[in-house]
Design a protein around this ligand. Structure first.
Ligand code: GAP
Length: 457
């Protein structure tokens, strides 16, 4: 993990946030290549799940919604983590994560009353004692009584900062799709099943952010609320299970052996879901969730219908019936997929004494790197750059030796490198170097863009 963090910072994928002011712990900025990698994954998600489908539509809701939305959805009352402090070293922990870690790494057995972050606080206090859970920092076993800590990030609207003007930054993109459901159904004239997709920032006042960009307080989600007739929800769940896996493996290019799909136990289910499974990725620090696929039933629509007193039901003209649709929700974390792509791609090639990112060309931030063999033919190489950059995100580099430039390109995961020398160029050719095989091929300038396009698929 340390190597991946170092490469990310040195090569411009991810930087520490506000670094010149001494950084705020566990906050990160995406640099030039990280931003492009993230945008590529986001655009591929939009292409697969919105552009290529006839049943899904995209919306873009406000980050700050009416606070009543979050009261109705149950987030203000129930979206809380169990917090405890180590009495010896004052480190703050999520008590359920301490127990989960112990259960995963030892033979300890979960007590019958253990329900993850939903466990009653007094019972969880006792479980920490009974299982002799240790503080990961100082290895002592003495914790303060658990306090429930709400994850909603508060803000204030208008000129006063009293409770009347208090609002929240959204903790998930999802409620926007429910609040706008009737508008979308009416204006798009869609028939069930259909999905409403949203990509954007969400905010959670996480107690223990960490593991690089894995758990942050500000992050991007890609979520679809897929509305179906009740009774058709199990089939839709199976459909989105397969579609999510296809996205992770065929589109983002993650190795299937680094993914697992596991059920969330009934007692640990979020307050809104009947059934939920997680897609986890095998990060260097252990398995971590990248998507939750949930059957949210009609929980959200009925909660908003009751709180707003507006009719959110759907009219099925064929069967002449009014009802609240059920919702299947594939909810992915964009930053976590970026991190998975970096971990999956990180390759140490001992034979050739190099480290490179074997990113799928579809997600690679820079597709083509253009370099003149010697600086004095830079003007020719810039013509090649101009030709290629019409179609692809390229970069131009004439500084330092060819070997050093290849090494940099490999660490950024650029799939193709075009070198230009005057003899080849005079004959109308350039040399293409492939990142993974390091093989080189002479290609005619007139065919270069098509050649790259063919190999990007
Ligand atoms: N609308 C449902 C929902 O938000 P979730 O499991 O809480 O479900 C969905 O979040 C995904 O968002 C997670 O699987 C994860 O990939 C991402 N996510 C959640 N909290 C995060 C955090 N603090 N930092 C980064 N990503 C996060």
């Amino acid at each position: 993990m340390k190597d991946i963090v170092n490469l990310s910072q040195n090569r411009g994928f991810v930087y520490q946030w506000s670094e010149i002011y001494g950084w705020l712990a566990n906050s990160w900025d995406y640099g030039p290549y990280g931003s492009l990698l993230k945008e590529n994954i986001k655009n591929l998600w939009l292409k697969e799940f919105v552009q290529k489908r006839t049943d899904n539509m995209l919306i873009d809701c406000s980050l700050i919604m009416n606070p009543k939305v979050w009261e109705a959805s149950g987030h203000v009352g129930g979206f809380a983590d169990p917090l405890t402090d180590c009495r010896e070293c004052n480190t703050r922990h999520r008590a359920d994560k301490l127990v989960d870690n112990l259960l995963e790494t030892t033979d300890a057995v979960a007590p019958a009353n253990y329900a993850g972050d939903k466990t009653d606080s007094a019972e969880l206090d006792q479980i920490l004692v009974d299982l002799k859970v240790e503080c990961p920092s100082c290895k002592k076993s003495s914790f303060t009584p658990i306090k429930k800590f709400n994850l909603m990030l508060k803000t204030f609207l208008g000129v006063t900062d009293d409770s009347a003007s208090q609002a929240y930054l959204r903790p998930e993109t999802a409620q926007g799709q429910f609040v706008d459901f009737a508008n979308v159904a009416r204006s798009s004239r869609r028939k069930l099943p259909f999905g409403i997709a949203q990509v954007g920032k969400s905010f959670r006042n996480e107690i223990t952010p960490g593991n690089f960009i894995f758990r942050t307080r500000e992050f991007e989600q890609m979520e679809i609320e897929y509305f179906v007739t009740p009774g058709e929800d199990d089939a839709a769940f199976a459909h989105w299970k397969a579609e999510s896996l296809r996205f992770f493996t065929d589109i983002v290019g993650l190795k299937e052996e680094n993914l697992r799909f596991s059920p969330i136990q009934k007692e640990e289910l979020p307050h809104y879901s009947k059934e939920a499974w997680d897609y986890d990725y095998k990060y260097p620090f252990g398995w971590g969730e990248i998507e939750t696929l949930a059957n949210r039933t009609d929980y959200d629509l009925s909660a908003h219908m009751e709180a707003s007193k507006q009719n959110l039901s759907y009219f099925d003209a064929v069967n002449n019936k009014k009802f609240l649709p059920y919702v299947i929700e594939p909810a992915m974390g964009l930053g976590r997929i970026v991190l998975a792509a970096l971990c999956d791609a990180y390759t140490v090639d001992e034979e050739n004494n190099r480290t490179y990112l074997k990113l799928d060309p579809k997600v690679a931030p820079i597709k083509v790197w253009v370099l003149p063999v010697v600086k004095k033919i830079g003007h020719l190489a810039k013509e090649v750059y101009a030709q290629l950059s019409e179609d692809f995100v390229c970069e131009y580099d004439e500084v330092s030796t060819i070997g050093k430039r290849y090494a940099r390109m490999d660490e950024i995961g650029v799939p193709f490198c075009i070198s230009i020398d005057s003899t080849n160029y005079d004959e109308g050719n350039v040399t293409v170097r492939f990142r993974d095989s390091m093989k080189q091929e002479v290609v005619a300038l007139t065919e270069l863009n098509d050649f790259i396009r063919k190999h990007l698929k």
